[in-house]
Design a protein around this ligand. Structure first.
Ligand SMILES: [Zn+2]
Length: 306
């Protein structure tokens, strides 16, 4: 049985962020130095062809398509001669707008508005009409709202996001995404590019199959138009998928589906459309080291069942 540890990164930058902190460049380099010393690095797209008796494979991937990937991560990938996979949200690349998850954080940290009214019955009462006394209360509110949004269905979430964008229209969004030339450069250097949908929608929360199909096929077509090939792999935004998403991914031509789950891929038991990835964050090296070696999950399990 082959085992693969798939490591997931998002932003890599020396700049700090209050709500969603990018991984510091030095920590990123420590990760790659350690992973390249201790594992055989392949790409996620190589997984269908791996030798069955090897158990120390690792892959490196990045979701969303942030510009800092090419500015800060690429030089370190090249230094260690590592090929990675980049999963992109095609509307974010086309319009240079961040994903809705990023926008949400950014609006709450940058708006000068002192209140928000979200009169939706699917939100808890205490979240519907709130005034913010200090900057911290806005951040606290955003921290509470984000996990709630992830539990809603697609149309409910879209309504709330629209309302927040309208309310906080004093904020100009930052230009932090890669463009198609950046992606052509990565592809020419031997890295893989895959789909992360058109709008970063949580596919597993979409009721209508047409909406799922749109996210899967339109992103695929945009990548073909710009880069000249249909991507093999689909990375489900926020790791959200279900059987309907898997079936449709197969139907439209993907051969690999990628999730987010702090677990190791095992070729004999895991579905190629549910490849788990271990997300690494801007934390201490000790915690990162434990995540890389999967020890943190084992420690958590021991305490859970004690
Ligand atoms: Zn994402």
């Amino acid at each position: 049985m082959a085992k693969v540890r798939n490591f997931l990164f998002h932003r890599v930058s020396p700049n700090r962020d209050l709500l969603w902190d990018p991984m510091d460049v030095k920590l990123f380099e420590l990760c790659l130095a350690y992973i390249s010393r201790n594992f055989d690095i392949i790409t996620i797209e190589d997984i269908p062809n791996i030798k069955k008796d090897r158990n120390n494979y690792a892959t490196i991937s990045f979701d969303d398509g942030y510009k800092d990937n090419i500015d800060y991560a690429l030089p370190i990938l090249e230094k260690y001669n590592i090929k990675a996979s980049f999963y992109i949200v095609t509307n974010c690349i086309d319009f240079n707008t961040p994903t809705w998850t990023y926008i949400l954080d950014y609006l709450f940290t940058h708006t000068l508005c002192q209140s928000i009214q979200l009169n939706f019955d699917f939100l808890p009462h205490t979240m519907r009409d709130v005034s913010f006394k200090q900057i911290n209360s806005k951040i606290e509110y955003a921290k509470k709202l984000k996990p709630i949004l992830k539990t809603l269905n697609h149309s409910q979430r879209s309504k709330i996001l629209k309302e927040i964008s309208l309310a906080f229209n004093d904020v100009e969004l930052p230009k932090i995404m890669m463009n198609w030339d950046d992606l052509r450069k990565l592809y020419t250097l031997g890295h893989n590019i895959g789909s992360h949908t058109v709008t970063h929608s949580m596919l597993g929360t979409m009721d209508h199959e047409d909406d799922i199909r749109y996210e899967l096929t339109t992103s695929r077509k945009r990548i073909k138009e710009e880069l000249g090939f249909f991507p093999n792999s689909i990375s489900y935004p926020i790791g959200s998928y279900n059987q309907k998403v898997i079936d449709n991914s197969k139907k439209v031509g993907y051969t690999i589906g990628i999730a987010v789950k702090q677990d190791i891929y095992q070729s004999t038991k895991d579905n190629i459309f549910e490849i788990p990835r271990i997300e690494l964050y801007n934390e201490s090296w000790l915690k990162t080291y434990l995540r890389i070696n999967h020890t943190l999950e084992i420690i958590k399990q021991v305490f859970r069942y004690k």
